[in-house]
Design a protein around this ligand. Sequence first.
Ligand code: DP6
Length: 398
Amino acid sequence: MDKMEVITCTAPVNLAVIKYWGKRDEELILPVNSSLSATLSQEELCVTTSVAISSKFSTDRIWLNGRENFIKDYPRLQNVLKIVREEYKKTGKTELMNSKVHICSVNNFPTAAGLASSAAGFACLAFALTKLFKIECDVSVIARQGSGSACRSIYGGFVAWEKGEKSDGTDSIAVQVAPENHWTEMHILVLVVSEEKKETSSTSGMRRSVETSELLKLRAEHVVPQRMYEMKQAILNKDFEKFADLTMKDSNQFHAICLDTFPPIIPPYMNSISHSIIQLISKYNELCGTKVAYSFDAGPSAVLFLREKDVPECLSLIKTFFPPTQEQGESFLRGLYVNLSPDSDTFHGIKEKIALPLTPGGIKYIIHTQVGDGPRIVKNQECCLLNAEGLPKKSSDN
Ligand code: DP6
């Protein structure tokens, strides 16, 4: 095909409330346990990817956030391209067989935010490629082979990644538990905590956990199956207390496995600020009934789940104990607007009872968001990241 074809898509970030940690097959990226996540709204956090295909391109190329990366350095990316081409071959069509692709991808949030940009990135890529090659298959199976957690970004709302039983991985797929409009009361605060580059990547960390942690075995066999069932019920019944209880316990257990790994995952993903956030939320819930749930992935940033009505009070509380510095001032609260009304007397009472030390500047900024939809095709050609030659419209040297 001489003519260049191009497609642009966006995909969301997801945050696991029942964590995926450990593979039973490293090649196919098959997990030892099922997991479940909330898809975060693309208005605040998303990845945009344009993919162009043409027989005039001499090789597959990729630009990430304005910089060209070498595909040979990314075996998982090569793998995703290989799988898509194999699926295309199965359709019996030949037109695109010898064509190469140019991929250009950007995040609308800083990578340093410590959010799983690779999950959104691989979900977006798998989604865009299947549309471009016009192949009918389970997109989550392709995304999964880029990065495990990416398969859950293929749907909006609340999404389960069912671990599956088959050795070829065809039943290890993502399934929507409830759509994005099911539990609109649920809001999310991403508390971005400064991060030094983490020493242990998720991939190598979970490999070591599988090899050495007894707790991981117990979790995969005996804890997660029951939790998956209970979490699905909590979501379907909009039972916040149950949802929060399971979310916090599961985050804690994942980090306990990191410590149970031998040698342990040190420095730990959570830092002293993360621990202070846990202390604050725990005391707040103790005093006021369960109002907020925290969850931490492989980094120090916290994701809080709470009901919309509790957002102003919770934000005031966070701002009290983690006061923004003067430079942070304006940009401290991002995303959905919140009316932070003057603190009430009850609130002052709560603050006094919590009695924790203040940590100025401990939280870099907060993104207020909600549960959102799955990947989208972007129709507006102006949003395409590639020009008529299939090269990035914008590039950067840094
Ligand atoms: C802690 O999906 O990044 O975020 O499959 O090796 O690419 P690979 O790992 P990845 O692991 C994410 C782990 C987690 C928990 C989760 O998202 O379920």
